[in-house]
Structure formats: structure tokens, C-alpha cells
Design a protein around this ligand. Structure first.
Ligand SMILES: [Zn+2]
Length: 325
């Protein structure tokens, strides 16, 4: 649990009781992402303390609250981390992630770094038959990528550049390729560069879409400069405050009719789409898992993410866990 920014502690808490319209889920796997590290170390705009983090969660329904169908008992589920009102202007245009009443698991309410978690039944998406928990937990990061590609209005045959070859950058690349785009990944870190990834931006690169999946202002400058006519720059990663307030060349934007668009989180429908794509093997995800750790090793897990040693780290609150370094 995070009680104050900068540290976390292990706390014994009573099993949460599902209220009306809620279920109790036994957590099978919770994904660790850079956002969790950021949330614990420096806080986050949407964080309310004290809080159990983790917004990438899959598990089994083991309890139901009032008004919830008993059919949910024993179901294997992915928990879409948000709850939205369904009535406000963003909700009505399909951007539930921007709902005025948005509450996010792991930020406003407790998340999956625990044996059990309570979730609204409306946030559950049942796992397709045969899909493993380990593959299904990628639905959350992949959903955020699908939201970004939707906002980028990516079309088949277009050229897309992705800055950052970590788990998010890799999922963006795979999703973009599966949509018929030609993708390039820029990854300055040699330890993380594999296959056809580039150390830096090739001279003369002209892109239709640029997505920055690293919190680095220089990457944003590069990405913007590589955009061609009618190019779209997607602001996928947040920046520290000082770096975020930098001006773009608005004349370039004007003459080349370019677009800059932000992408933050995902809507429930992206979760459904992500699970379908993973289950259909349209996108492979399990090869990205480098570490499987029990929750008791969260400190070590955060170190792996901090030093970019790991690709994807999965946490096992029920104690199971191994490492395939
Ligand atoms: Zn709403």
C-alpha cells in the first residue's frame, strides 16, 4: 500500500467486501508498468492516498455483491480499470476514459497488488476460452495503444515512427503492423534494442504518424520534426512539468496541416478489442514477459522497471512466481 509518495509498505488488510453492483476478485496476475513506478515515487495527477496500486489485473470472481448475477461466480475476468458515468459529453462520444466522473483502479480505488480486489461488475470482461491469465493481463497496456492508434487515425500503408522500445512501444509497433502500417521503432538504449530497431532517427525520415512512448522532451522534438504533410503526432507519454511546457513550431503545423493529439488511458471497448486481438493471436504478447515475481518482491520488481532491465514484469499476489531471465 502507498500511504505517502516515495515509498510503499506491506499492510495486512481485511478482505474487501463487494458492495451493491460489485464483485470480489481473486487476483491471478497483476502487470507492473512504469506508471506504477511513477505513482509510487513521484505521485500522479489521478492518485488518491492511501492506495493499493496496480491497474493491470486479471483473476477469478470469488464473491458477488447485491444485484450481481450469480453467473459471474468462478468466471475468469479482465478488469477494465475505469468506471465512467455513461452520460457526460466525453462518455457520449465514446471517450469514457475522459469521463468527468472517471475513477481508476489503482488510482482512485484499490488495485491488484493484493490477493483480492473489489471491482464494479460493469468493469468485468470475461476472458475468451483458452486464453491464459498471463496473456490476458496485456489487455490493459494494449488497450492504451489501441486508443492511441485510433486517435492517430492510422491507415494501412502509412509510415509510423514509435519512440521507445519498451513494453508500450513494442505493443504499439505490433498493433500498427497488424493494421497494415510500416513501423519503425527508435530506441536509444542498446540493451533494449533488438531486431530492426534503430538507435536514432534516420536522416530524411518522413512519417505519417509519430508516437512518443518515452517521457523524453528530445524524443518529442525529433518526432515532430519527422512528421510529413498532414502528419499526426501522438502525445502518449507524459512529461515532467518543465519539459512539458515547450512550444512547437506552429507555422510548421500550419503550412503542413499537421495534427498534435494526446492519448491517455483507454475506454472499455478498447479492452474488449485488445482481448479479442490477443486471443486471436493477431498480436503476440507472452514473449514480452521477462519476469514473474511474487508480490513480496515488489521492491525488486520496481528496480527492474526503474533501470529498464526488464521488459514486462508480472506480479503474483498469491505467491506463485518464477523468473526466466
Ligand atoms: Zn461520463
Amino acid at each position: 500500500m502507498v500511504k505517502q509518495i516515495g515509498r510503499f509498505e506491506y499492510v495486512r488488510v481485511p478482505d474487501p467486501a463487494p458492495g451493491s453492483g460489485e464483485v470480489l476478485v481473486q487476483v491471478a496476475v497483476a502487470g507492473l508498468c512504469r506508471t506504477d513506478l511513477k505513482l509510487i515515487e513521484v505521485g500522479h495527477r489521478d492518485l488518491v492516498l492511501p492506495r493499493i496500486p496496480a491497474e493491470e489485473v486479471v483473476g477469478e470472481v470469488i464473491g458477488i455483491g447485491a444485484g450481481v448475477s450469480v453467473n459471474w461466480m468462478g468466471k475468469r475476468v479482465y478488469l477494465y480499470p475505469g468506471t465512467s458515468c455513461g452520460k457526460c459529453p466525453p462518455c457520449l462520444v465514446g471517450a469514457g476514459n475522459l469521463c468527468r466522473e472517471m475513477r481508476i483502479m489503482g488510482f482512485h480505488r484499490d488495485g491488484g497488488f493484493a490477493e483480492r480486489v473489489v471491482a464494479p461488475v460493469d468493469s468485468l470482461i470475461e476472458l475468451p476460452e483458452g486464453l491464459s491469465y498471463e496473456a490476458a493481463v496485456f489487455a490493459e497496456p494494449l488497450s492504451c495503444c489501441l486508443n492511441a492508434l485510433e486517435l492517430a487515425r492510422l491507415k494501412p500503408g502509412e509510415r509510423i515512427g514509435i519512440w521507445g522500445g519498451g513494453p508500450a512501444g513494442t505493443l504499439l509497433e505490433r498493433a500498427a503492423r497488424s493494421m497494415g502500417a510500416a513501423s519503425l521503432v527508435m530506441e536509444p538504449d542498446a540493451g533494449r534494442r533488438q531486431g530492426d530497431r534503430l538507435a536514432g532517427m534516420p536522416a530524411g525520415l518522413v512519417l505519417d504518424v509519430a508516437i512518443v512512448a518515452v517521457g523524453d522532451a528530445r524524443a518529442y522534438q525529433q518526432a515532430f520534426s519527422a512528421l510529413g504533410p498532414r502528419g499526426r503526432l501522438v502525445v502518449f507519454s507524459g512529461l515532467l512539468r518543465e519539459a512539458a511546457i515547450q512550444s512547437l513550431d506552429l507555422n510548421r503545423l500550419h503550412y503542413l496541416e499537421q495534427t498534435v493529439v494526446g492519448a491517455y488511458g483507454c475506454s472499455r471497448r478498447h479492452g474488449e478489442q485488445a482481448l479479442e486481438w490477443i486471443a486471436a493471436r493477431r498480436i503476440d504478447v507472452e514473449d514480452l514477459i521477462t519476469h514473474r515475481l511474487p508480490l513480496s518482491e515488489l521492491g525488486r520488481a520496481l528496480d527492474l522497471v526503474r533501470h529498464r532491465v526488464a521488459m514486462k514484469v508480472l506480479m503474483y499476489p498469491m505467491g506463485k512466481g518464477s523468473c526466466n531471465e
